[in-house]
Design a protein around this ligand. Structure first.
Ligand code: GLU
Length: 281
C-alpha cells in the first residue's frame, strides 16, 4: 500500500468558519491515524476573491485549534510550490494535453448564453448544465479557432458514458449522471484563470495525494474530477466527504456572515477546546 498522503486546501476568500475547521480537523485526524503525511495547499487562483491576509489568517486559525501539517507554503516539501497561483504553468501544460486529446474545446458562450441554453435549470449554488452550443461534433477538436487575443473559456468534453460511480469513505456508494447532474465544465476561464476542477486534480495527482478529504458540498465536483483523472490516465485517490456544519436553523455555515469564524470565536475568548466541542458528528 502507498503511504498515506492527505491534504487540507483552504481558499483564502475569507476567514475560516467552524465548517471548514471540522473538515480540516477530520482530514488531519485521518492522516495522523494512518501515520501519513498531511499537506497544506493554498487554493488562491481567483485574484478577485482571494487575499493574502486571509491565507495568513487561515494558517494561524488552524494552528490555534491544533491543526498542523508536514508540507506547505512556508514549510516546503518535495512537491511544492504549495500555492496554486504559483503553479499555473503546470495547469497550462495539462490543459494542452487535454486539447491534444480533443477533450478540451474553446467556448464563446457568455454566462447569459449558458443560462439561456442550459439543458436543465440550474440548482442553487451549482452551475447550469451546459447546452453544448460550442461543443464540437464527435471526432472534431473544436468548432472555431480562437484568435490569440480572443478570450474564451475552455471546456471539458464529457465522455459518452453516463454514470460515474464511486465509493466515498464517509457517505458510501455514490452515483452521478453526466448531462443531468452536470454538463461540460470549464477547465480554463476566459479571464485566463485555471478552473478549480483542473487545478485540484493536477495538484492532488502531482502531490501524490492518496485520500482527498473534503466537504459534502463537493461530492458532485468529485464526480467531475474522476472524469478528468480518467481522461489523463491517472489513478484516482480515495475520497472521504465530511458532513456540512449547519446552524440552529439548518442553514449551511458558508452562507452566513463571519459570526462563527474561528477568528471571532478566538477574539470572543473561546478556547480551542470549546471550538472542538462544537463539532457535529
Ligand atoms: N479550496 C476548497 C475549499 O476551501 C477545497 C477544495 C477541495 O478540498 O478540493 O473549500
Amino acid at each position: 500500500m502507498k503511504p498515506y498522503r492527505g491534504r487540507i486546501a483552504p481558499s483564502p476568500t475569507g476567514y475560516l468558519h467552524l465548517g471548514h475547521a471540522q473538515t480540516f480537523w477530520s482530514a488531519t485526524q485521518r492522516a495522523r491515524r494512518a501515520e501519513g503525511t498531511l499537506i497544506y495547499r493554498t487554493e488562491d487562483l481567483d485574484p478577485q476573491r482571494c487575499r493574502a491576509e486571509y491565507s495568513q489568517a487561515a494558517m494561524e486559525d488552524l494552528r490555534w485549534i491544533g491543526i498542523d501539517w508536514d508540507e506547505g507554503p512556508e514549510k516546503g516539501g518535495d512537491y511544492g510550490p504549495y500555492v496554486q497561483s504559483l503553479r499555473t504553468d503546470r495547469y497550462r501544460e495539462v490543459l494542452e494535453l487535454l486539447k491534444m486529446q480533443r477533450l478540451a474545446y474553446p467556448c464563446r458562450c457568455s454566462r447569459k448564453d449558458v443560462m439561456e441554453s442550459a439543458i436543465a435549470p440550474h440548482e442553487t449554488g451549482d452551475e447550469p448544465i451546459y447546452g453544448g452550443t460550442c461543443r464540437p461534433p464527435l471526432g472534431q477538436a473544436r468548432r472555431f479557432d480562437p484568435s490569440s487575443e480572443e478570450r474564451v473559456n475552455w471546456r471539458f468534453r464529457l465522455p459518452e458514458i453516463e454514470n460515474i460511480e464511486f465509493h466515498d469513505g464517509g457517505f458510501g456508494s455514490q452515483s452521478f449522471r453526466t448531462n443531468s447532474d452536470f454538463g461540460d465544465f470549464v477547465l480554463w476561464r476566459h479571464d485566463d484563470i485555471p478552473s478549480y476542477q483542473l487545478a485540484v486534480v493536477v495538484d492532488d495527482h502531482d502531490m501524490k495525494i492518496t485520500e482527498v478529504v473534503r466537504g459534502a458540498d463537493l461530492l458532485k465536483c468529485t464526480a467531475r474530477q474522476i472524469l478528468l483523472y480518467h481522461a489523463l490516465g491517472w489513478d484516482t485517490p480515495d475520497f472521504f466527504h465530511c458532513p456540512l456544519v449547519t446552524d440552529e436553523t439548518g442553514e449551511r455555515l458558508a452562507k452566513r456572515t463571519d459570526a462563527l469564524s474561528l477568528r471571532s470565536m478566538r477574539e470572543s475568548g473561546q478556547t480551542p477546546e470549546a471550538v472542538l466541542r462544537q463539532f457535529q458528528h
